[in-house]
Design a protein around this ligand. Structure first.
Ligand SMILES: CC(C)(COP(=O)(O)OP(=O)(O)OC[C@H]1O[C@@H](n2cnc3c(N)ncnc32)[C@H](O)[C@@H]1OP(=O)(O)O)[C@@H](O)C(=O)NCCC(=O)NCCS
Length: 86
């Protein structure tokens, strides 16, 4: 997953949770391995809380390679399996 965004006025209504679960269903039906990870900026406290609430665990810290990010810290969030979410 590269980006997950819900329009600001629509946040907090469960749309992000539904999108993530729909993605989990698609991925688990097509992928050859059950695990999944994404990177999130460490400063994105709300985003990180959202992913942790969905069962993700921080397994690595690095600096972003995106030029515009200016070397900000990013965290790798991992799920050993996501099939149950879909
Ligand atoms: C992270 C994001 C995708 C979640 O989508 P969402 O539709 O708001 O998520 P849900 O409604 O399923 O989950 C609600 C969560 O947001 C919180 N929330 C409630 N009202 C909110 C609001 N007005 N704005 C933001 N978050 C809110 C809820 O408290 C809950 O978090 P918590 O239970 O851990 O406290 C969305 O907030 C977003 O687009 N954020 C900006 C982009 C981003 O950070 N993306 C992730 C990294 S790429």
């Amino acid at each position: 997953m590269d980006n997950l965004h819900v329009r600001p006025h629509a946040r907090g209504r469960g749309i992000g949770h539904q999108l993530f679960c729909a993605f989990a269903g698609e991925l688990s039906a097509r992928a050859s391995s059950p695990g999944f990870h994404l990177w999130v900026f460490e400063a994105n406290v709300a985003g990180l809380r959202f992913y942790k609430r969905l069962g993700g665990r921080v397994v690595e810290r690095d600096t972003s390679k995106i030029p515009a990010a200016g070397g900000k810290s990013v965290l790798r969030v991992h799920w050993p399996t996501i099939a149950h979410l879909g």
